[in-house]
Ligand binder design. Sequence first.
Ligand SMILES: [Zn+2]
Ligand SMILES: [Zn+2]
Length: 460
Amino acid sequence: MRLSFHGAAGVVTGSCYLLETANSRVLVDCGMFQGSKNVTRLNYEPFNFDASKIQYLLLTHAHIDHSGLIPKLVKHGFRGRIFATRPTVDLAKIMLEDSANIAVQDTEHENKRRLRAGLPPRKPLYGLPEVKAACKLFTAKEYDARFDLTNGIAVRFQDAGHILGSAIVEVWVTEAGKTNKIVFSGDLGQTNTPIVPDPTPINDADFVVVESTYGDRLHADSGIREELFAKEVNDTFKKGGKLMIPSFAIERTQELLYYLKRIERDKRLPAEKVFLDSPLAIKATEVFKKNMAYAEPELKQEFSDPFNLRQLTYLKSTQESKSLNEYKRPCIIIAGSGMCTAGRIRHHLKHNLWKPENTVLFVGYQAEGTLGRLILEGAKTVRMMGTEVAVKSRVSRMESFSSHADSRELLNWMTNFTKTPKKVFVTHGEPDAANALAAKLNALGFKTYIPALYEQTEIK
Ligand SMILES: [Zn+2]
Ligand SMILES: [Zn+2]
Protein backbone atom coordinates (compact mmCIF):
# COMPACT_ATOMS: atom_id res chain seq x y z
CA MET A 1 0.00 0.00 0.00
CA ARG A 2 1.03 3.58 -0.35
CA LEU A 3 1.19 6.22 2.35
CA SER A 4 1.60 9.88 1.47
CA PHE A 5 1.96 12.98 3.61
CA HIS A 6 -0.10 15.98 2.54
CA GLY A 7 0.39 18.05 5.67
CA ALA A 8 2.03 18.07 9.11
CA ALA A 9 5.27 17.14 7.35
CA GLY A 10 8.04 19.67 7.97
CA VAL A 11 5.45 21.75 9.84
CA VAL A 12 3.08 21.20 12.77
CA THR A 13 -0.15 22.08 11.03
CA GLY A 14 -2.17 20.79 8.08
CA SER A 15 -2.39 17.13 9.19
CA CYS A 16 -3.44 15.01 6.21
CA TYR A 17 -2.25 11.52 5.38
CA LEU A 18 -3.45 9.42 2.46
CA LEU A 19 -3.48 5.66 2.61
CA GLU A 20 -4.01 3.93 -0.74
CA THR A 21 -4.51 0.26 -1.49
CA ALA A 22 -5.42 -1.37 -4.81
CA ASN A 23 -9.12 -0.61 -4.21
CA SER A 24 -9.31 2.04 -1.54
CA ARG A 25 -8.28 5.58 -0.76
CA VAL A 26 -8.54 6.63 2.87
CA LEU A 27 -7.55 9.99 4.32
CA VAL A 28 -6.57 10.42 7.93
CA ASP A 29 -7.37 14.03 8.81
CA CYS A 30 -7.68 16.94 6.42
CA GLY A 31 -6.34 19.87 8.37
CA MET A 32 -5.68 23.50 7.69
CA PHE A 33 -2.19 24.97 7.53
CA GLN A 34 -1.77 27.66 10.17
CA GLY A 35 0.98 30.11 11.05
CA SER A 36 3.12 32.23 8.74
CA LYS A 37 1.98 33.36 5.28
CA ASN A 38 4.45 30.93 3.77
CA VAL A 39 2.60 28.06 5.42
CA THR A 40 -0.99 29.33 5.13
CA ARG A 41 -0.64 29.87 1.37
CA LEU A 42 -0.60 26.04 1.11
CA ASN A 43 -4.32 26.09 1.96
CA TYR A 44 -4.96 27.68 -1.46
CA GLU A 45 -2.91 25.14 -3.41
CA PRO A 46 -4.89 22.38 -5.10
CA PHE A 47 -4.89 19.04 -3.28
CA ASN A 48 -2.13 16.71 -4.47
CA PHE A 49 -4.76 14.00 -4.93
CA ASP A 50 -8.20 13.75 -6.52
CA ALA A 51 -10.64 14.69 -3.74
CA SER A 52 -13.55 13.02 -5.55
CA LYS A 53 -11.76 9.65 -5.45
CA ILE A 54 -11.31 9.63 -1.65
CA GLN A 55 -13.81 7.17 -0.18
CA TYR A 56 -13.26 7.57 3.55
CA LEU A 57 -11.92 10.13 5.96
CA LEU A 58 -10.91 9.20 9.49
CA LEU A 59 -10.82 12.30 11.66
CA THR A 60 -8.60 12.09 14.76
CA HIS A 61 -10.01 15.20 16.44
CA ALA A 62 -11.76 18.51 15.90
CA HIS A 63 -8.81 20.93 15.95
CA ILE A 64 -8.70 23.01 12.78
CA ASP A 65 -5.18 21.87 11.92
CA HIS A 66 -6.73 18.38 11.55
CA SER A 67 -10.25 19.16 10.30
CA GLY A 68 -10.08 22.62 8.71
CA LEU A 69 -9.80 21.60 5.05
CA ILE A 70 -12.69 19.10 5.11
CA PRO A 71 -15.07 21.68 3.56
CA LYS A 72 -12.44 22.35 0.86
CA LEU A 73 -12.32 18.60 0.24
CA VAL A 74 -16.11 18.64 -0.22
CA LYS A 75 -15.83 21.68 -2.51
CA HIS A 76 -13.46 19.64 -4.68
CA GLY A 77 -15.75 16.67 -5.00
CA PHE A 78 -15.35 14.51 -1.88
CA ARG A 79 -18.60 12.63 -1.21
CA GLY A 80 -17.29 9.79 0.94
CA ARG A 81 -17.96 9.08 4.60
CA ILE A 82 -16.24 10.68 7.58
CA PHE A 83 -15.76 8.70 10.77
CA ALA A 84 -14.93 10.21 14.16
CA THR A 85 -15.93 9.89 17.80
CA ARG A 86 -19.17 11.50 19.04
CA PRO A 87 -17.51 14.53 20.73
CA THR A 88 -15.37 15.08 17.61
CA VAL A 89 -18.46 15.06 15.38
CA ASP A 90 -20.15 17.65 17.63
CA LEU A 91 -17.05 19.81 18.03
CA ALA A 92 -16.05 19.63 14.35
CA LYS A 93 -19.42 21.09 13.36
CA ILE A 94 -18.97 24.25 15.44
CA MET A 95 -15.26 24.54 14.61
CA LEU A 96 -15.89 24.33 10.86
CA GLU A 97 -18.76 26.84 10.96
CA ASP A 98 -16.45 29.24 12.76
CA SER A 99 -13.67 28.55 10.30
CA ALA A 100 -15.98 29.29 7.35
CA ASN A 101 -17.01 32.60 8.91
CA ILE A 102 -13.37 33.56 9.42
CA ALA A 103 -12.51 32.54 5.84
CA VAL A 104 -15.32 34.69 4.42
CA GLN A 105 -14.45 37.71 6.61
CA ASP A 106 -10.72 37.45 5.90
CA THR A 107 -11.33 37.25 2.18
CA GLU A 108 -13.62 40.31 2.22
CA HIS A 109 -10.89 42.17 4.07
CA GLU A 110 -8.14 41.00 1.75
CA ASN A 111 -10.16 41.76 -1.36
CA LYS A 112 -10.44 45.42 -0.36
CA ARG A 113 -6.66 45.52 -0.40
CA ARG A 114 -6.39 43.54 -3.63
CA LEU A 115 -8.85 45.79 -5.46
CA ARG A 116 -6.91 48.88 -4.40
CA ALA A 117 -3.74 47.21 -5.70
CA GLY A 118 -5.45 46.42 -9.01
CA LEU A 119 -5.49 42.67 -8.35
CA PRO A 120 -8.47 40.40 -9.05
CA PRO A 121 -10.55 39.48 -5.96
CA ARG A 122 -10.01 36.13 -4.31
CA LYS A 123 -12.71 33.58 -3.40
CA PRO A 124 -12.86 32.37 0.22
CA LEU A 125 -11.38 28.93 0.85
CA TYR A 126 -14.92 27.76 1.57
CA GLY A 127 -18.14 28.99 3.10
CA LEU A 128 -21.04 27.74 5.19
CA PRO A 129 -22.66 25.70 2.35
CA GLU A 130 -19.57 23.46 2.13
CA VAL A 131 -19.51 23.10 5.92
CA LYS A 132 -23.16 22.09 5.89
CA ALA A 133 -22.50 19.51 3.17
CA ALA A 134 -19.47 18.18 5.07
CA CYS A 135 -21.42 17.79 8.31
CA LYS A 136 -23.88 15.45 6.55
CA LEU A 137 -21.04 13.01 5.82
CA PHE A 138 -20.09 12.37 9.46
CA THR A 139 -20.77 9.11 11.29
CA ALA A 140 -19.93 8.79 14.99
CA LYS A 141 -18.05 5.72 16.26
CA GLU A 142 -17.28 4.66 19.82
CA TYR A 143 -13.80 4.27 21.25
CA ASP A 144 -12.35 0.77 21.37
CA ALA A 145 -14.89 -0.63 18.88
CA ARG A 146 -13.32 -2.12 15.76
CA PHE A 147 -15.34 -1.68 12.57
CA ASP A 148 -14.86 -2.63 8.92
CA LEU A 149 -14.36 0.40 6.74
CA THR A 150 -14.43 -1.58 3.53
CA ASN A 151 -13.30 -4.95 2.30
CA GLY A 152 -9.78 -5.44 3.66
CA ILE A 153 -9.61 -2.36 5.90
CA ALA A 154 -10.67 -2.29 9.55
CA VAL A 155 -10.42 0.65 11.93
CA ARG A 156 -10.51 1.33 15.67
CA PHE A 157 -10.42 4.61 17.58
CA GLN A 158 -8.64 4.77 20.94
CA ASP A 159 -8.58 7.73 23.30
CA ALA A 160 -5.60 10.00 22.56
CA GLY A 161 -6.18 12.08 25.71
CA HIS A 162 -5.50 15.32 23.81
CA ILE A 163 -8.89 17.04 23.73
CA LEU A 164 -12.37 15.67 24.34
CA GLY A 165 -13.10 13.05 21.67
CA SER A 166 -9.52 12.91 20.35
CA ALA A 167 -8.45 9.60 18.91
CA ILE A 168 -5.50 7.47 18.04
CA VAL A 169 -6.48 5.60 14.86
CA GLU A 170 -5.58 1.95 14.40
CA VAL A 171 -5.94 0.74 10.81
CA TRP A 172 -5.64 -2.88 9.69
CA VAL A 173 -5.04 -3.32 5.97
CA THR A 174 -5.24 -6.79 4.43
CA GLU A 175 -3.78 -7.23 0.96
CA ALA A 176 -3.04 -10.54 -0.76
CA GLY A 177 -3.77 -12.39 2.47
CA LYS A 178 -1.31 -10.37 4.51
CA THR A 179 -2.37 -7.88 7.19
CA ASN A 180 -0.41 -4.79 8.16
CA LYS A 181 -1.42 -2.59 11.03
CA ILE A 182 -0.78 1.16 10.86
CA VAL A 183 -1.22 3.30 13.96
CA PHE A 184 -1.76 7.04 13.59
CA SER A 185 -1.09 8.66 16.94
CA GLY A 186 -3.15 11.76 16.13
CA ASP A 187 -2.23 14.40 18.67
CA LEU A 188 -1.29 12.77 21.96
CA GLY A 189 -2.20 14.42 25.24
CA GLN A 190 -0.31 14.79 28.48
CA THR A 191 -0.91 12.31 31.26
CA ASN A 192 -2.77 13.41 34.41
CA THR A 193 -4.84 16.21 32.92
CA PRO A 194 -8.18 17.04 34.52
CA ILE A 195 -10.66 16.77 31.66
CA VAL A 196 -9.59 13.92 29.39
CA PRO A 197 -8.25 10.46 30.27
CA ASP A 198 -4.58 9.57 29.63
CA PRO A 199 -3.58 8.50 26.08
CA THR A 200 -4.35 4.82 25.48
CA PRO A 201 -1.27 2.59 25.28
CA ILE A 202 -1.08 0.66 22.00
CA ASN A 203 0.91 -2.56 22.01
CA ASP A 204 1.28 -3.57 18.40
CA ALA A 205 1.82 -1.95 15.02
CA ASP A 206 3.71 -2.62 11.82
CA PHE A 207 3.91 1.09 11.04
CA VAL A 208 3.43 4.12 13.27
CA VAL A 209 2.83 7.75 12.35
CA VAL A 210 3.63 9.72 15.49
CA GLU A 211 3.30 13.42 16.25
CA SER A 212 6.31 15.36 17.55
CA THR A 213 5.02 18.83 18.51
CA TYR A 214 7.03 18.83 21.74
CA GLY A 215 9.60 16.26 20.62
CA ASP A 216 12.42 18.49 21.85
CA ARG A 217 10.91 19.83 25.05
CA LEU A 218 9.66 18.94 28.50
CA HIS A 219 6.68 20.62 30.12
CA ALA A 220 6.86 22.23 33.51
CA ASP A 221 5.35 20.14 36.29
CA SER A 222 1.59 20.04 35.80
CA GLY A 223 1.09 19.66 39.56
CA ILE A 224 1.79 23.35 40.11
CA ARG A 225 -0.53 24.60 37.36
CA GLU A 226 -3.22 25.74 39.72
CA GLU A 227 -0.67 27.50 41.98
CA LEU A 228 0.88 29.41 39.06
CA PHE A 229 -2.50 30.33 37.65
CA ALA A 230 -3.76 31.64 41.01
CA LYS A 231 -0.59 33.74 41.27
CA GLU A 232 -1.01 35.23 37.77
CA VAL A 233 -4.61 36.18 38.61
CA ASN A 234 -3.78 37.73 41.99
CA ASP A 235 -0.62 39.55 40.84
CA THR A 236 -2.50 41.20 37.96
CA PHE A 237 -5.49 42.12 40.12
CA LYS A 238 -3.22 43.72 42.74
CA LYS A 239 -1.97 46.10 40.04
CA GLY A 240 -5.57 46.81 39.05
CA GLY A 241 -4.96 45.19 35.66
CA LYS A 242 -6.70 42.91 33.23
CA LEU A 243 -5.50 39.36 32.71
CA MET A 244 -5.86 38.57 29.00
CA ILE A 245 -5.67 34.92 28.07
CA PRO A 246 -5.58 34.00 24.37
CA SER A 247 -7.17 30.60 24.48
CA PHE A 248 -8.10 27.78 22.18
CA ALA A 249 -11.87 27.33 22.26
CA ILE A 250 -11.75 23.63 22.90
CA GLU A 251 -10.13 21.98 25.89
CA ARG A 252 -7.90 24.87 26.97
CA THR A 253 -10.82 27.18 27.74
CA GLN A 254 -12.63 24.44 29.67
CA GLU A 255 -9.40 23.63 31.53
CA LEU A 256 -9.02 27.29 32.50
CA LEU A 257 -12.61 27.38 33.75
CA TYR A 258 -12.00 24.18 35.73
CA TYR A 259 -8.87 25.59 37.41
CA LEU A 260 -10.64 28.87 38.14
CA LYS A 261 -13.42 26.81 39.72
CA ARG A 262 -10.85 25.10 41.97
CA ILE A 263 -9.23 28.44 42.83
CA GLU A 264 -12.69 29.80 43.64
CA ARG A 265 -13.47 26.77 45.82
CA ASP A 266 -10.22 27.37 47.72
CA LYS A 267 -11.28 31.00 48.25
CA ARG A 268 -8.28 32.37 46.35
CA LEU A 269 -10.23 33.96 43.51
CA PRO A 270 -10.93 37.66 44.14
CA ALA A 271 -14.54 38.68 43.48
CA GLU A 272 -13.86 40.15 40.05
CA LYS A 273 -15.45 39.17 36.78
CA VAL A 274 -14.29 36.43 34.45
CA PHE A 275 -15.33 37.12 30.85
CA LEU A 276 -15.53 34.30 28.37
CA ASP A 277 -15.44 36.43 25.24
CA SER A 278 -15.76 33.84 22.52
CA PRO A 279 -18.98 32.56 20.94
CA LEU A 280 -17.05 29.51 19.78
CA ALA A 281 -15.68 28.69 23.25
CA ILE A 282 -19.16 29.18 24.71
CA LYS A 283 -20.59 26.67 22.20
CA ALA A 284 -17.69 24.29 22.80
CA THR A 285 -18.29 24.41 26.54
CA GLU A 286 -21.90 23.38 25.90
CA VAL A 287 -20.66 20.43 23.79
CA PHE A 288 -18.37 19.41 26.65
CA LYS A 289 -21.28 19.50 29.09
CA LYS A 290 -23.31 17.27 26.74
CA ASN A 291 -20.45 14.78 26.28
CA MET A 292 -19.28 14.39 29.88
CA ALA A 293 -19.51 10.60 29.43
CA TYR A 294 -16.22 10.88 27.49
CA ALA A 295 -14.43 12.92 30.15
CA GLU A 296 -12.12 11.77 32.92
CA PRO A 297 -14.38 10.01 35.48
CA GLU A 298 -12.78 11.81 38.45
CA LEU A 299 -13.85 15.16 37.02
CA LYS A 300 -17.54 14.41 37.49
CA GLN A 301 -16.94 13.29 41.06
CA GLU A 302 -15.16 16.55 41.87
CA PHE A 303 -17.73 19.01 40.50
CA SER A 304 -21.24 18.51 39.15
CA ASP A 305 -20.56 21.34 36.69
CA PRO A 306 -16.81 21.88 36.42
CA PHE A 307 -17.12 24.75 33.92
CA ASN A 308 -19.43 27.06 35.81
CA LEU A 309 -18.24 29.91 38.05
CA ARG A 310 -20.26 32.43 40.04
CA GLN A 311 -18.44 35.39 38.47
CA LEU A 312 -18.38 34.02 34.92
CA THR A 313 -19.99 36.15 32.20
CA TYR A 314 -20.48 34.89 28.66
CA LEU A 315 -20.03 37.57 25.99
CA LYS A 316 -21.77 36.49 22.81
CA SER A 317 -22.33 39.59 20.70
CA THR A 318 -19.67 41.89 19.26
CA GLN A 319 -21.35 44.75 21.14
CA GLU A 320 -20.89 42.98 24.46
CA SER A 321 -17.27 42.29 23.58
CA LYS A 322 -16.62 45.94 22.69
CA SER A 323 -18.17 47.10 25.98
CA LEU A 324 -15.14 45.56 27.71
CA ASN A 325 -13.02 48.43 26.36
CA GLU A 326 -14.86 50.68 28.82
CA TYR A 327 -14.71 48.21 31.70
CA LYS A 328 -12.45 49.73 34.33
CA ARG A 329 -12.17 47.04 37.01
CA PRO A 330 -9.59 44.26 37.09
CA CYS A 331 -10.90 41.19 35.29
CA ILE A 332 -9.97 38.04 33.43
CA ILE A 333 -10.65 37.97 29.69
CA ILE A 334 -10.52 34.60 28.00
CA ALA A 335 -10.81 35.06 24.22
CA GLY A 336 -9.81 33.40 20.96
CA SER A 337 -7.90 32.71 18.94
CA GLY A 338 -5.30 30.79 20.88
CA MET A 339 -2.37 32.05 18.82
CA CYS A 340 -3.84 35.57 18.37
CA THR A 341 -4.10 35.03 14.61
CA ALA A 342 -7.77 36.10 14.52
CA GLY A 343 -10.73 36.72 16.77
CA ARG A 344 -11.61 39.01 19.63
CA ILE A 345 -8.34 38.64 21.54
CA ARG A 346 -6.73 40.91 18.94
CA HIS A 347 -9.08 43.75 19.88
CA HIS A 348 -8.34 43.28 23.57
CA LEU A 349 -4.61 43.24 22.87
CA LYS A 350 -4.90 46.41 20.80
CA HIS A 351 -6.71 48.17 23.64
CA ASN A 352 -4.67 46.81 26.53
CA LEU A 353 -1.21 45.62 25.50
CA TRP A 354 0.33 49.09 25.90
CA LYS A 355 -0.75 49.38 29.55
CA PRO A 356 1.82 48.11 32.09
CA GLU A 357 -0.74 47.03 34.71
CA ASN A 358 -2.12 44.31 32.42
CA THR A 359 -0.88 40.80 31.78
CA VAL A 360 -1.12 38.64 28.70
CA LEU A 361 -0.89 35.01 29.70
CA PHE A 362 -0.12 32.39 27.07
CA VAL A 363 -1.44 28.96 27.88
CA GLY A 364 -0.88 27.17 24.59
CA TYR A 365 1.47 26.46 21.75
CA GLN A 366 2.37 29.52 19.63
CA ALA A 367 3.36 28.51 16.09
CA GLU A 368 6.10 30.29 14.19
CA GLY A 369 4.93 33.43 12.44
CA THR A 370 1.87 34.03 14.63
CA LEU A 371 1.19 37.23 16.59
CA GLY A 372 1.27 35.18 19.79
CA ARG A 373 4.78 33.94 19.01
CA LEU A 374 5.95 37.50 18.27
CA ILE A 375 4.70 38.81 21.61
CA LEU A 376 6.04 35.80 23.45
CA GLU A 377 9.47 36.26 21.90
CA GLY A 378 9.67 39.78 23.29
CA ALA A 379 8.59 42.08 20.43
CA LYS A 380 8.62 45.69 21.73
CA THR A 381 5.82 46.71 19.39
CA VAL A 382 3.36 44.76 17.26
CA ARG A 383 1.22 45.82 14.34
CA MET A 384 -2.46 45.04 14.66
CA MET A 385 -5.29 46.14 12.40
CA GLY A 386 -3.18 48.93 10.96
CA THR A 387 -1.99 50.25 14.32
CA GLU A 388 1.41 50.05 15.97
CA VAL A 389 0.91 48.88 19.56
CA ALA A 390 3.64 48.97 22.23
CA VAL A 391 4.00 45.81 24.30
CA LYS A 392 4.10 47.21 27.84
CA SER A 393 1.95 44.59 29.59
CA ARG A 394 3.62 41.77 31.41
CA VAL A 395 3.96 38.77 29.09
CA SER A 396 3.73 35.45 30.83
CA ARG A 397 3.50 31.83 29.82
CA MET A 398 2.34 28.62 31.45
CA GLU A 399 3.68 25.85 29.29
CA SER A 400 2.38 23.07 31.49
CA PHE A 401 -1.08 23.85 30.13
CA SER A 402 -0.28 22.18 26.83
CA SER A 403 -2.68 19.60 25.35
CA HIS A 404 0.35 17.82 23.89
CA ALA A 405 2.52 15.14 25.40
CA ASP A 406 6.09 16.34 25.94
CA SER A 407 9.12 14.43 24.68
CA ARG A 408 9.26 12.14 27.73
CA GLU A 409 5.56 11.31 27.43
CA LEU A 410 5.87 10.69 23.67
CA LEU A 411 8.73 8.27 24.31
CA ASN A 412 6.79 6.56 27.10
CA TRP A 413 3.84 6.07 24.77
CA MET A 414 6.10 4.65 22.05
CA THR A 415 7.66 2.13 24.43
CA ASN A 416 4.24 0.46 24.81
CA PHE A 417 4.82 -1.31 21.50
CA THR A 418 5.92 -4.78 22.52
CA LYS A 419 7.33 -5.68 19.10
CA THR A 420 9.37 -2.97 17.35
CA PRO A 421 7.36 -1.61 14.39
CA LYS A 422 8.93 -1.86 10.92
CA LYS A 423 9.02 1.89 10.61
CA VAL A 424 8.01 4.98 12.57
CA PHE A 425 7.10 8.12 10.63
CA VAL A 426 7.71 11.24 12.70
CA THR A 427 5.35 14.07 11.73
CA HIS A 428 3.49 17.10 13.14
CA GLY A 429 6.54 18.95 14.43
CA GLU A 430 8.80 21.81 13.48
CA PRO A 431 12.09 20.38 12.13
CA ASP A 432 14.00 20.69 15.44
CA ALA A 433 11.25 18.90 17.36
CA ALA A 434 10.83 16.12 14.77
CA ASN A 435 14.61 15.56 14.56
CA ALA A 436 14.96 15.45 18.33
CA LEU A 437 12.19 12.91 18.76
CA ALA A 438 13.50 10.77 15.89
CA ALA A 439 16.98 10.75 17.44
CA LYS A 440 15.63 9.66 20.81
CA LEU A 441 13.50 6.94 19.17
CA ASN A 442 16.49 5.72 17.13
CA ALA A 443 18.47 5.42 20.34
CA LEU A 444 15.71 3.13 21.65
CA GLY A 445 16.02 0.89 18.57
CA PHE A 446 13.15 2.26 16.44
CA LYS A 447 13.63 2.82 12.73
CA THR A 448 12.38 6.34 12.15
CA TYR A 449 11.77 8.42 9.10
CA ILE A 450 10.81 12.10 8.83
CA PRO A 451 8.76 12.52 5.67
CA ALA A 452 8.78 15.69 3.58
CA LEU A 453 5.59 17.42 2.51
CA TYR A 454 3.81 15.50 -0.30
CA GLU A 455 6.28 12.60 0.00
CA GLN A 456 4.90 9.17 -0.93
CA THR A 457 6.14 5.87 0.36
CA GLU A 458 5.30 2.24 -0.38
CA ILE A 459 4.82 0.25 2.81
CA LYS A 460 4.34 -3.51 3.13
ZN1 LIG B 1 -4.78 18.95 18.22
ZN1 LIG C 1 -2.44 19.01 15.72
